[in-house]
Write a protein that binds this ligand. Sequence first.
Ligand SMILES: *[C@@H]1O[C@H](CO)[C@@H](O)[C@H](O)[C@H]1NC(C)=O
Ligand SMILES: *[C@@H]1O[C@H](CO)[C@@H](O)[C@H](O)[C@H]1NC(C)=O
Ligand SMILES: *[C@@H]1O[C@H](CO)[C@@H](O)[C@H](O)[C@H]1NC(C)=O
Ligand SMILES: *[C@@H]1O[C@H](CO)[C@@H](O)[C@H](O)[C@H]1NC(C)=O
Ligand SMILES: *[C@@H]1O[C@H](CO)[C@@H](O)[C@H](O)[C@H]1NC(C)=O
Ligand SMILES: *[C@@H]1O[C@H](CO)[C@@H](O)[C@H](O)[C@H]1NC(C)=O
Ligand SMILES: *[C@@H]1O[C@H](CO)[C@@H](O)[C@H](O)[C@H]1NC(C)=O
Ligand SMILES: *[C@@H]1O[C@H](CO)[C@@H](O)[C@H](O)[C@H]1NC(C)=O
Ligand SMILES: *[C@@H]1O[C@H](CO)[C@@H](O)[C@H](O)[C@H]1NC(C)=O
Ligand SMILES: *[C@@H]1O[C@H](CO)[C@@H](O)[C@H](O)[C@H]1NC(C)=O
Length: 484
Amino acid sequence: MALWSVFLSLLACALWSLTHSASAAAQAPTWCGKFYEPGSLPTNPGGQFHIPAYSEPPLLNFGCAPSNYVGTHVHIPPGATLPVHVWVDDTVLVAGEVDVGLTGIEMSFNFSQLTPRSKPYTLSCVLDLPDGQEVKAENRLTYLPPNPFNGSTTKFDARTGATLVKSFDTGVWEPIFPLGFYTTFGGYLEYNLTILDHTKEIGYNMVHPVPTFDNLTAFNMVLDRMEQLGLWLMTYMNLSSVTEQVNSLKNRTNLLLWYTGDEPDGTSDPLNATSIARDLIYELDGYHPVSLVLNCQNYHWSEYTSGADIIMEDPYPIGINATYSVRWNTSCTTELGDCGCDNCIGSYTDITTRVGEFAFRTQMTGRQRNLTTWHVPQGFGSSEYWAVTPTGQEWLVQCTLAINHGARAIVPWVEPTTSSIENSARKLSQSLPVLTAFLFDPKAITGSILTSSTVDLTYWKTTHGTLLMAVNMAYEPTELAVGE
Ligand SMILES: *[C@@H]1O[C@H](CO)[C@@H](O)[C@H](O)[C@H]1NC(C)=O
Ligand SMILES: *[C@@H]1O[C@H](CO)[C@@H](O)[C@H](O)[C@H]1NC(C)=O
Ligand SMILES: *[C@@H]1O[C@H](CO)[C@@H](O)[C@H](O)[C@H]1NC(C)=O
Ligand SMILES: *[C@@H]1O[C@H](CO)[C@@H](O)[C@H](O)[C@H]1NC(C)=O
Ligand SMILES: *[C@@H]1O[C@H](CO)[C@@H](O)[C@H](O)[C@H]1NC(C)=O
Ligand SMILES: *[C@@H]1O[C@H](CO)[C@@H](O)[C@H](O)[C@H]1NC(C)=O
Ligand SMILES: *[C@@H]1O[C@H](CO)[C@@H](O)[C@H](O)[C@H]1NC(C)=O
Ligand SMILES: *[C@@H]1O[C@H](CO)[C@@H](O)[C@H](O)[C@H]1NC(C)=O
Ligand SMILES: *[C@@H]1O[C@H](CO)[C@@H](O)[C@H](O)[C@H]1NC(C)=O
Ligand SMILES: *[C@@H]1O[C@H](CO)[C@@H](O)[C@H](O)[C@H]1NC(C)=O
């Protein structure tokens, strides 16, 4: 009898606290799953990335992906040479052997054996282990007919993470390192097409107009002018009317990619929203990749990125108070508050940490052959959480750090910006041909060199030479000695 009543009271208690937190969640706004208004209490936001347990015996990591030329990428523990068969749908297209322990093994086959079609083929690689076991890895292989809408086509090089386009000038396929700002439409681009000429003159190769696009006539005039100037378009989607927007834009000759989510993790959008939008866009178009930006450091990363081919991150660390929210008068911790840069410390290392975490998670989720990270540097400030606007030099430091750690495009927030930042952007744009040649060379050997805690240095070594990118995070000059 006594036991029974204790049990009942515990149950009542648990029910009460569940109801209590559910109703609080329904009322109080959150960012990255954390309450942030004055007087809020800390709560575990959940949604943390699951890091697989460490295994003492080595595990088999066997992957299979189409590359630009189609191949298999196999990762297995050191040992013998094993037979592998590559299937496309129900047909074996190529058979060969793989050396255990090697990665990035390419196997070529003749595309004339396949018919271009809008429906992706199923690519499977089957590995025969010495004990008779078969290991199978599957992926999608897309072999499309020419774009039936007469729009552009964007390809992806699974070997390097590069985006490939047909050059406006030569019509030849080439990798592009996209550089272009989020650019205010209402009250700015909307009224002044000459801004696009200025954009082109600075050396941006892409524009990402920011809605709302209330005046559709003006919006279409902006897109026409961009087509004339040879500026690529990254386009915001309004998820309430994906079909209309995709159908009206998919025949643009300068469409680079779709953009379906502006910090959906910040606002805790439904976890399946990004993949539902991606599936619909693939069905309506299928010739351009889908991107979105995540603002949180560690909040449902796997779910939101499952709907993206290109994932952007936007930690803005300059001029923040990382521990106390100047906007909401609460502390900021992993369980509370919003300080403008989620779980940041207010230093450049917030950028390297974030890009590094994205790279790690990309590997852990087996997506290193079909997910690329792009970076959104801070090109604004003196408002909200950010006490200052970065200088041009500070802006360039952010870009270089992100590139050194794996970002493959720069899409800053936001134009209009300062002339100091535009001058730095001009310098970055001048180095794009070199960056493109080294970063997107599939044979490049890359690594980082640790020389001091404030200098970040990455190299890319190809048959043509070596590119070194070094950045000084300190505010005084430093000297650097690098050996061969
Ligand atoms: C692919 O096959 C077609 C038709 O059999 C042939 O004409 C072509 O030369 C082959 N290409 C290569 C690279 O083997
Ligand atoms: C694409 O271009 C071709 C040739 O110019 C034309 O015949 C066709 O109607 C166009 N298709 C669409 C969907 O506009
Ligand atoms: C339009 O933009 C150009 C380039 O940024 C600028 O020089 C010009 O002053 C702008 N015109 C107006 C009316 O704002
Ligand atoms: C999205 O579309 C809806 C209606 O179609 C509109 O009310 C809303 O303002 C749009 N949002 C943006 C950001 O354009
Ligand atoms: C929309 O933009 C066009 C082109 O700039 C302009 O002529 C028109 O007056 C604008 N419409 C409204 C309602 O502002
Ligand atoms: C592109 O498609 C839109 C919407 O269907 C149409 O209004 C426009 O004329 C098309 N543009 C070209 C160049 O075919
Ligand atoms: C998406 O998730 C919501 C719950 O958040 C669910 O109600 C809905 O059915 C899901 N949609 C699909 C297509 O799975
Ligand atoms: C952040 O704000 C707190 C509280 O006002 C203050 O004590 C602290 O010095 C601030 N830190 C920075 C880096 O500004
Ligand atoms: C935060 O505190 C400041 C100074 O006391 C006050 O002016 C401001 O209204 C407070 N902000 C909020 C959101 O309560
Ligand atoms: C990306 O590759 C993984 C396997 O490595 C596969 O499971 C997934 O379906 C692929 N995603 C897309 C969008 O192609």
